[in-house]
Design a binder for this molecule. Structure first.
Ligand code: NAI
Ligand code: MG
Length: 478
């Protein structure tokens, strides 16, 4: 397979990186180089922000229905190329091919969903009495910055860029250095479809070299970031300098609470999906299972049996679980396994590198049993295929453990007791609550964090708030 080279996409053109350097992107299943992208710096960012600024007035003033049509065209064009895009997403990230397909189709769905909103997001009229007419306008922000992580490379671009463009903003995207390829394929497609130059720009590079100057640029109007708490904190501080709004979607240590009255086979299947999907590299992973004490043994036995059957393999072979995205991520999992063992957790499944692979960042699907709430493996985000199993005696204890971490992204509840489900849904500190199906929801449902999982909401109509500002016009009739 030949290695593809991509320059930055700035002002509708392929633009050589100002500093001249390139970054290798590797396939984490084989450690082979599959592509090279520009190593962006402040000069490249400056050019991209300038292009986005110049493109903004015309894009903003385009009729919403015409913006929508272009975005609908993009959705259909992404669907038409699903095989090609999925292949590259898999090569770049290690994801199993069927998962990449799903994520590419979901990217198309974001463009479709927000295209539909482009001409339907209205202002209001506000009654001030007979002598006034008062109305609100929802105006775009301007130039939007998108700092994207590596766990859902193309999908997350769709998630934030689609609502931004639909509302009349322009965008500068900085993909993750580990997984830059599909952003470039999207740029190619938008160029083909005739998106106006400068509406969508992509500058690749490292966080400190390209991400930091983007978030610090005085001429951007808002920042959407998904990634680690540490980087989120830096970005928020940087944004404070120019008083720019930020949406931060950070990590999680989300609880999946399983009561004895639930169908155990269902709970096992959903707990497995919750942690092993995308090799556990999911901000909303159900990385803590809280299981009611009296079904604990049966649950762990069934879950361990299922876990041992999961086929780990190269993304292109469509296994159930692929490798971790990078050596750093692999080492992080290894370190946390050591911490868990030291803390006294019992390994009920997995726990090691699968012996059959000489290369690639593979890790066995792993269950840490007899975890207690104060352990680091119960508190800290591992971001790999490592599940912590804790037990509780009653609902009150389950709630206390569930809420007893610094994060609050999502929570799962498995029970047949509707009142219990409703009480917990009310009391859990989480931006999304799933009852009887983990990851329930879709592009339509608002998503974001409580506590240190961040703030602001993406997905659904709720996300449009991030990419608009409201102007109130009050008119006195004389
Ligand atoms: P990161 O938060 O450093 O990287 C995410 C994105 O931010 C990348 O595009 C990166 O280039 C950019 N970035 C890094 N430093 C920046 C800076 N100073 N200014 C602007 N942009 C910057 O995450 P990393 O190092 O890849 O992963 C570390 C941990 O973060 C993971 O192990 C995981 O726990 C968590 N993480 C959470 C994600 C989520 O979905 N919430 C996604 C990715 C990572
Ligand atoms: Mg890669």
């Amino acid at each position: 397979m030949s290695v593809r080279d991509f320059q930055h996409f700035i002002n509708g053109e392929w633009t050589a990186p100002a500093g001249g350097g390139m970054i290798d992107s590797i396939d984490p299943s084989t450690e082979d180089v599959i592509a090279r992208v520009g190593r962006g710096n402040a000069h490249d960012i400056n050019a991209a922000v300038g292009a986005a600024r110049a493109a903004f007035p015309a894009w903003r003033d385009k009729k919403p229905k015409d913006r929508a049509r272009l975005l609908f065209d993009l959705a259909r064009a992404i669907e038409a190329r699903v095989d090609e895009f999925a292949k590259w997403e898999t090569l770049d990230s290690g994801k199993p091919l069927p998962r990449s397909r799903g994520e590419v189709l979901s990217t198309a769905r974001y463009f479709e969903f927000y295209a539909g909103a482009a001409d339907k997001y209205y202002g209001e009229t506000i009654p001030l009495g007979a002598d006034y007419i008062d109305f609100t306008l929802r105006e775009p922000m301007g130039v939007t910055a998108h700092i994207v992580p590596w766990n859902f490379p193309m999908n997350m671009i769709g998630r934030s860029v689609a609502p931004a463009l639909a509302m009349g903003n322009t965008a500068v995207v900085k993909p993750a250095e580990q997984t830059p390829v599909t952003a470039m394929l999207l740029a190619e497609l938008m160029q083909e479809l005739g998106f106006p130059a400068g509406v969508f720009n992509v500058v690749n590079g490292y966080g400190t070299e390209a991400g930091a100057p983007l978030t610090a640029h005085p001429d951007i109007d808002c920042i959407t970031f998904t990634g680690s708490v540490e980087t989120g904190r830096i970005i928020m501080k940087t944004a404070a300098e120019h008083i720019k709004p930020v949406v931060l979607e950070l990590g999680g240590k989300s609880p999946n609470i399983i009561f004895a009255d639930t169908d155990l086979d269902l709970a096992v299947a959903e707990a497995s999906k919750g942690i092993f999907s995308n090799t556990g590299q999911v901000c909303s992973a159900g990385s803590r299972v809280l299981v009611e004490a009296r079904v604990r043994d049966a649950f762990v036995e069934k879950l361990a049996a299922r876990t041992n059957q999961i086929k780990v393999g190269r993304g292109m072979d469509s296994p159930e679980m692929g490798p971790l995205v990078s050596r750093e991520q692999y080492e992080r999992v290894e370190i946390y396994m050591g911490i868990g063992r030291e803390e006294g957790a019992e390994v009920a499944a997995g726990g090691n590198r699968p012996p059959e692979f000489e290369k690639g960042f593979f890790w066995q699907p792993t269950i840490l049993d007899r975890v207690t709430p104060e352990m680091r493996v119960a508190q800290e985000e591992i971001f790999g295929p490592v599940l912590a199993v804790l037990t509780f005696d009653d609902e009150a204890e389950a709630l206390e453990i569930a809420n007893g971490v610094k994060y609050g992204l999502v929570a799962g509840i498995f029970t047949n007791d509707i009142n219990r489900a409703m009480r917990l849904a009310r009391d859990l500190k989480a931006g999304q609550v799933y009852v009887n199906e983990y990851f329930a929801g879709g592009e339509e449902t608002p998503f974001g964090g409580y506590k240190q999982s961040g703030f602001g909401r993406e997905k659904g109509l709720e996300a449009l708030i991030n990419y608009t500002q409201v102007k109130n016009v009050a008119i006195r009739i004389r």
